[in-house]
Design a protein around this ligand. Sequence first.
Ligand code: ADP
Length: 262
Amino acid sequence: MAQCKLRSLYGLYPYKSSMMGLEALADPSSDWDIVETIGKGTYGKVYRVNNRRDGSQAAVKVLDPINNSGNHGRDVDEEIEAEYTILRSLSNHPNVVKFFGMFYKTDNLSGGQLWLVLELCNGGSVTELAKGLMIRGKHLEEPIIAYILCGALLGLQHLHNNRIIHRDVKGNNILLTTDGGVKLVDFGVSAQLTNARLRRNTSVGTPFWMAPEVIACEQQYDYSYDVRCDVWSLGITAIELADGDPPLSEMHPVKALFKIPR
Ligand code: ADP
């Protein structure tokens, strides 16, 4: 399936209050040891790490390298800030990935790495779960799909109660822990609702899962959307879990963007 992720690096998050200075962050090396690579994302790799003090495990999303040469203490870009702010304030919910802190590892040669230390979701994403079964000619059973959707909905309710829209709900952003926990991840394109509705023309989300009103909002200024766009994306995720792929996945993602609003 063709993957096309529309992300805008700037202007995603409408507040400017707490831009972070990197030098204020602790070095991760005294707390965490990298054990192995568990995934690769848009901005860097994800590793399994061990805590040096108590031996507990976690996942670290390493965003590398932040080029701050000659500009020490440069502001972290807004996408990382959105993720950090949401994790810091809203990860106290069983269906949102836990957050253990943000660190900065200085490296004079490459410019330095930003570490986001998260709860380890060893069960992988629900997309991997569904696709793994499909390969063996099986399907996820309805009660399991219902269980996953229930966890994701409770996580979304928590975000929405706090006026945050996730904006990139899809199977790849719902992870499982080994004890059956269902966790929402990836808040890089999430938005704080300052008013009841958003009227922006930033490119966010992943086409096949995007709600028609979000696409319309990108194309025309006088459209707006609200938290309900996450519910649409979760509906698409339900189809993804049952069928292995979202509707229109055989199409080029840009073509799907034109088709969805119709
Ligand atoms: P992207 O930038 O494409 O959204 P991420 O950087 O969020 O991807 O994740 C990259 C990979 O690491 C994915 O396979 C994801 O499932 C995995 N991953 C992300 N966070 C965790 C976590 N907390 N525990 C285990 N695996 C994770």
